[in-house]
Design a protein around this ligand. Structure first.
Ligand code: ADE
Length: 235
């Protein structure tokens, strides 16, 4: 993975921890950052400028993005999927992560400021991707979200790969609720809370049915949009 960013010190960031960090140490994936500031122009090494047409903020220059991209070995660039993280891109979802996780090479451009000159995006072949309908200060955290979502899907990264089969979004359903010990939890006010009985019954097919029903109930309540899609997909 190559990351074009004005803040290379933000990487690997969260990707250094937990299962993803273990995969990084085991070289299941690799992260190289390319510092956009090294490709700035003029004696001030500027990487951005005012937007044509006026308006607030600064825009990342296309020539800077091109120079930074060209510093990556050509072979990588030819084979690599290029993604520009921006709130005005198509929304990332689990299906997209599944597709991205099969790719060997990904190059991510992290925006800052008001955005990136559109010519760089179009000419250099970046796909615009958003991690959700909200605006962050830049693309670096978004890049870590995308990479974490992708890397955990690479075979061998998760300790329990079967958890991928039942997790949220895998069948257009949210995942059922989970419970663990103690079987009766007495909270600090002295109230007792039991675990649903079926889960301690040892009756596997009833447990399966209960979980599916809970998934359906939860999806209908929390994500009716997703449930409608599921019904349409089954038609
Ligand atoms: N940069 C700023 N906000 C973003 C978002 N929602 N998704 C991707 N990149 C971003």
């Amino acid at each position: 993975m190559k990351i074009l960013t004005a803040y290379p010190e933000m990487f690997p960031g969260s990707l250094e921890h937990s299962v993803i960090g273990k995969a990084l140490k085991e070289n299941i994936f690799k992260i190289d950052t390319i510092n956009l500031h090294e490709f700035g122009i003029d004696d001030r090494m500027s990487i951005d400028d005012e937007p044509f047409g006026g308006g607030p903020g600064m825009v990342l220059r296309p020539d800077v993005v091109e120079k930074a991209l060209k510093s990556i070995p050509e072979q990588h660039n030819i084979e690599s999927k290029k993604i520009y993280l921006t709130p005005s891109g198509t929304i990332l979802n689990q299906e997209k992560l599944r597709n991205l996780s099969k790719l060997e090479k990904i190059t991510i451009l992290c925006g800052r400021f008001e955005g990136v000159d559109q010519r760089a995006i179009d000419v250099l072949g970046f796909e615009e991707v958003s991690i959700g309908d909200y605006v962050l200060a830049g693309g670096e955290i978004a890049a870590q979200v995308l990479l974490e979502g992708c890397i955990r899907l690479i075979p061998g990264v998760l300790g329990h790969p079967e958890s991928l089969l039942e997790e949220s979004f895998s069948n257009n359903l949210l995942e059922y609720p989970h419970y663990t010990r103690p079987q009766v939890w007495v909270d600090s006010l002295g109230n007792k809370h039991d675990v649903p009985e079926v889960l301690t019954s040892g009756h596997h097919s009833n447990i399966k049915k209960w979980r599916l029903n809970k998934s359906i109930e939860k999806t209908k309540n929390i994500r009716p949009d997703m449930y409608i899609n599921k019904e349409q997909k089954q038609d």
